[in-house]
Design a binder for this molecule. Structure first.
Ligand SMILES: [Zn+2]
Length: 201
């Protein structure tokens, strides 16, 4: 039910954004009440602005349009979760990573609860929760991992690997196999320390 109402609100925002050339048209608000006085006389306008991200020379400006609410009684202007969701999605788009809904869709595609998905993928449940709730953005490595998981074949393969690891008796020699490449890396590492850099003539 909650998801349906979110979608409806988003559709309304999109409609308003499309219809309006002016960024400050005032429209009546759907069901919004003032968080301070509870008044229903709240108005809503779509506000376009350059959202700044980062600091110093690294600063990025991302153009976003968000709903702003105004309570005539308290004389305050405020934004709610809708705006924060729009801003967060704009950031995800800017960084070229999946947005919270897209991440959630991957998990739901396999009909998994968050803890089961976390256990299978090795992604921390708390991290997954933060990404899905727009509280944090996944790094590039995790983003690419998630994108791969959208492929059912890859997902199936992961399930088979995790299944094997869960069932394996770690004391048995056979079960060293999955870690063999780590062993090889260690060998390479020790060989590598034998090299030294020389000045080219
Ligand atoms: Zn108020």
């Amino acid at each position: 039910m909650v998801e349906v109402s979110i979608t409806m609100i988003q559709l309304q925002i999109t409609e308003q954004q499309t219809n309006m050339k002016n960024n400050s048209n005032i429209v009546s608000s759907p069901k919004e009440t003032c968080p301070l006085c509870g008044s229903e006389q709240v108005t809503r306008k779509i506000h376009g602005y350059d959202m700044e991200y980062g600091s110093g020379e690294e600063i990025a400006k991302i153009w976003v349009k968000i709903p702003l609410y105004n309570c005539p009684q308290c004389k305050i202007e405020y934004k709610n979760w809708e705006a924060e969701e729009i801003e967060h999605n704009a950031l995800c788009k800017h960084f070229g990573v999946l947005n919270p809904d897209e991440i959630k869709q991957i998990r739901e595609k396999y009909q998994m609860k968050r803890n089961a998905f976390a256990q299978l993928t090795g992604i921390g449940e708390a991290s997954l929760s933060r990404w899905e709730k727009s509280l944090n953005i996944q790094n590039i490595a995790n983003d690419r991992y998630l994108r791969l998981l959208r492929n059912p074949e890859i997902f199936k393969e992961l399930q088979s690997i995790v299944h094997v690891l869960e069932l394996s008796d770690l004391d048995s020699d056979e079960n060293i196999i999955p870690f063999r490449h780590i062993q090889q890396r260690r060998d390479l590492g020790s060989t590598h320390t034998k090299f030294e850099l020389r000045k080219a003539i």
